[in-house]
Design a protein. Structure first.
Length: 133
């Protein structure tokens, strides 16, 4: 069995990763992955950062965003270059024959501004982020 959790989000060549998963498995072996799809919420409105309202520190937040962007431009980011359909397709193209996809999406009535985390809950949140170089 090959199992990963939030690994492919850091891998640029996802096609090769799936090919390697398939290669190392014996016949009848299984692959189990869990991946967040960050492109679902990208780009965020300017007043949000990681789902938190950063309006009170907008100038600081812009500088932090610039560091992340300089280290990994969004158009080149392996965190944003795929969705659940791509993962399904990559598994199929790598030779996996029986594929099951469990997908969960949630929306809350209102707009993003109303749904943003407040400063009290933000420290406990763990969004997937690329660390600046």
């Amino acid at each position: 069995m090959v199992t990963t959790r939030s690994v492919l989000i850091y891998v640029k060549d996802k096609r090769r990763a799936f090919e390697e998963f398939h290669r190392v498995l014996k016949p009848g072996g299984r692959l189990s992955i869990f991946e967040a799809t960050n492109n679902f919420t990208h780009p965020e409105p300017p007043h949000l950062f990681g789902g938190s309202d950063v309006t009170p520190v907008a100038d600081l937040a812009e500088r932090v965003k610039a560091v992340y962007t300089s280290g990994q431009p969004p158009e080149e980011s392996p965190m944003l270059d795929f969705d659940e359909r791509d993962l399904f397709d990559l598994a199929e193209r790598a030779g996996f024959e029986e594929i099951h996809l469990n997908y969960k999406a949630k929306t809350i009535p209102g707009n993003l501004e109303d749904d943003a985390r407040d400063w009290e809950t933000a420290p406990g949140a763990r969004p997937t982020r690329l660390h600046p170089r």
